[in-house]
Design a protein around this ligand. Structure first.
Ligand SMILES: *Cc1c(COP(=O)(O)O)cnc(C)c1O
Length: 400
């Protein structure tokens, strides 16, 4: 964890609307009331105002990605984030490509599954539930197999919360003359993925993660030359990034019915993102959220799955306490009663739960989360959050 907590904000953020719990889940997440209120208006998808809004949205997203020379384009895509991942894969991976999938959790698995559907050749580096794929491993695999043309990595693997080392992976991929695609769904807008710093061909994210919009669409940010080369390649009519882009270029319109209210809400979210200091400001808040929450939970005896180095400021996995009175369902309900929706774990080997750090909330809220967890443990007659020995043995396997 960072020791530099930045400036501590002096005013707390407004809570969600009356009676709504905080969503400590990595999307859908708690949104600002300004974002919700932006949806109270109908927009004609065809109308110039909405077309201008879409264009403005894309410019702002390219700004966040650091594109200065118009080398990249932004192509929004209807649907949840997975639709955009599938659109990216189907559009940028040639039919005769072979992809190395870096897998360490559910989203890496989903990528491999998608490639099977798309009938694209791939190999997998499977690191299990939460080990990070490292640059030198990627180099070795690429050296051993010159037929691999592409690599795909998940930026923050939301299933464990691990922050994968995209910079060293990108360096390894381009040193070997291959191409990188990034699933930055739960990271973009907070964690840096600047095109001038980290080389990649395309990345995807969606409306309801770090930009703090509501769900309904995703977006692909890709090198323009890759989008141009994708003509006629997609397996899917609706998920064809090239066709979608051509339509935006030609008419400023989405090809099929856009989620107008969601886009309007997202514009508000983007303005608030900018007002907070862009990705840097947002990251600072998420880091404080994580640090306050993790240190409080550790004081209660809870242990994180990951060592500090790999702990993302997006979502954190904790082991379930060893105490026989503890059940996740009981804990969940007691947290909900106090206004916090937490997330079950997604590990195969040990029982765990997750607490998200993203969404419209600050360190004051995180202090209340810890207090609620303390009360929930008391109510369950669980003296401490200490995990079982087996969990700690499992964690010890995690590379330094
Ligand atoms: C949220 C997320 C997705 C997309 O999930 P959807 O449920 O389709 O929105 C993909 N990859 C990662 C890493 C995610 O966090």
């Amino acid at each position: 964890m960072s020791n530099d907590l930045g400036e501590i904000s002096t005013s707390r953020m407004a809570p969600p609307e009356m009676g709504e719990p905080y969503l400590l889940t990595p999307g859908p997440l708690t949104t600002a009331s300004e974002v919700k209120h932006a949806m109270l208006k109908d927009w004609g998808s065809w109308d110039g105002d909405f077309r201008e809004m879409t264009a403005d949205m894309c410019r702002r997203l390219l700004d966040i990605a650091g594109d200065k020379n118009g080398e990249f384009v932004c192509v929004p895509m209807q649907g949840s984030g997975t639709f955009s991942v599938e659109a990216m894969l189907g559009s940028f991976l040639p039919k005769d490509s072979k992809t190395l999938v870096l897998m360490n959790g559910a989203y890496g698995k989903r990528t491999a599954e998608t490639l099977s559907y798309l009938d694209r050749d791939f190999v997998v580096l499977d690191k299990g539930d939460y080990m990070p794929p490292r640059g030198d491993e990627v180099s070795r695999l690429l050296d051993d197999d010159p037929t691999i043309s592409h690599v795909i990595v998940v930026h923050c693997e939301t299933s464990s919360g691990i922050l994968n080392p995209v910079q060293e992976i990108s360096d390894a991929v381009y040193a070997a003359g291959r191409k990188l695609l990034v699933d930055s769904m739960s990271a973009f807008g907070a964690l840096p993925l600047d095109v001038n710093v980290i080389q990649y061909e395309a990345m995807v994210s969606s409306a309801n993660k770090c930009i703090e919009g509501v769900p309904g669409f995703g977006f692909v940010i890709a090198r323009k030359s890759e989008v141009e080369a994708a003509k006629g390649r997609s397996h899917s009519l609706s998920l064809d990034v090239h066709s979608q882009w051509v339509n935006f270029e030609k008419s400023g319109q989405w090809r099929f019915t856009p989620p107008t209210h969601v886009v309007a809400a997202f514009m508000e979210a983007l303005k608030m993102h900018e007002a907070e200091g862009g990705a840097q400001g947002r990251l600072a808040r998420y880091v404080r959220n994580r640090d306050v929450m993790v240190s409080g939970m550790r004081e209660l005896g809870f242990e994180t799955l990951l060592k500090d180095r790999w702990l993302s400021p997006i979502i954190v996995t904790f082991f379930n306490p060893a105490h026989p009175n503890f059940t996740f369902d009981g804990f969940y309900e007691l947290m909900k009663k106090r206004g916090f929706i937490i997330y079950p774990g997604k590990l195969t080997v040990v029982d765990s739960f997750r607490i998200g750090c993203i969404g419209r909330m600050d360190e004051y809220v995180m202090t209340e989360v810890v207090e609620a967890a303390a009360q929930a443990l008391r109510e369950m007659n669980v003296e401490s959050g200490n995990p079982p020995e087996s969990a700690l043995i499992e964690r010890a396997k995690l590379a330094a």
